[in-house]
Ligand binder design. Structure first.
Ligand SMILES: *Cc1c(COP(=O)(O)O)cnc(C)c1O
Length: 231
């Protein structure tokens, strides 16, 4: 039952991404799908994996580690998308391939120091707060350049782009505004050596708007796995 639902949901999400890319005049290979499996079971992850999904997003460190331990036979790319806490940075640096939610220079230094020496640099997106006071998460747009400068000096991290998590809204034109703002910020801060080619933006309800504004990662939970079973 679970697997059948995930299959049809995953097909629908892939079709939505394809259609949005066609509307945007972008090749669909430019948009990678992260299946957000927070609060979902290891079996649900395994089912999506068997349908070809490889990138999974998790928000809670201990929950993610418990599932990773059950899925060691799978070649999963793990993305940490939750709030980074200082007392969890070692586990994040050890067990994840990507962090999308870095917003604090002290966390950057800890992740750098704690990244295992035999692992490739941790790939990072800086989370930008584009909704002002309505959100406490993410770095202020005016402070992104300083955080980038800190990260650029850390060999255990590689900043690949920017991420944002806007307040939900129904109207596609309104949804597009923070995504366009993130793209513009990226265009201002990119350099040839550090092109910030990744834009991590778009969830189940606004992936079309994000793709129209240049998303290269969409982070999709409920549209693949259904409502989260507990919260
Ligand atoms: C939960 C979560 C998502 C997925 O949200 P859905 O609406 O279920 O698609 C994406 N990004 C972040 C940062 C999340 O916490």
């Amino acid at each position: 039952m679970i697997a059948a639902n995930i299959e049809s949901h995953l097909q629908q999400v892939r079709a939505r991404i394809q259609a949005a890319c066609a509307r945007a005049g972008r090749p669909p290979e430019q948009v990678a799908l992260i299946a957000v499996s927070k609060k979902q079971s290891a079996d649900a992850i395994r089912a999506a994996y068997q349908l070809g999904q490889r990138a999974f997003g998790e928000s809670y460190v201990q929950e993610a580690l418990d599932k990773m331990a059950q899925l060691t036979d799978l070649d999963i790319e793990w993305h940490f998308i939750g709030r980074v806490q200082a007392n969890k940075t070692r586990q994040i640096a050890t067990h994840f391939d990507w962090v999308h939610s870095l917003a604090d220079p002290a966390h950057a230094r800890r992740l750098n120091a704690q990244r295992p020496a035999d692992a490739p640099p941790l790939k990072v997106c800086l989370e930008v707060n584009l909704s002002g006071e309505s959100s406490k998460e993410g770095v202020d747009p005016a402070d992104v350049a300083d955080l980038l400068a800190v990260c650029d000096a850390l060999t255990g991290l590689r900043v690949r782009g920017l991420m944002t998590l806007p307040a939900p809204t129904e109207d596609e034109a309104v949804q597009r505004q923070p995504f366009a703002a993130l793209r513009n910020l990226r265009d201002r801060l990119a350099t040839p050596a550090r092109p910030l080619s990744c834009l991590s933006m778009g969830m189940s309800d606004d992936l079309e708007a994000a793709i129209l504004e240049g998303a290269t990662f969409v982070r999709i939970g409920t549209a693949i796995f259904g409502p989260r079973p507990y919260n």
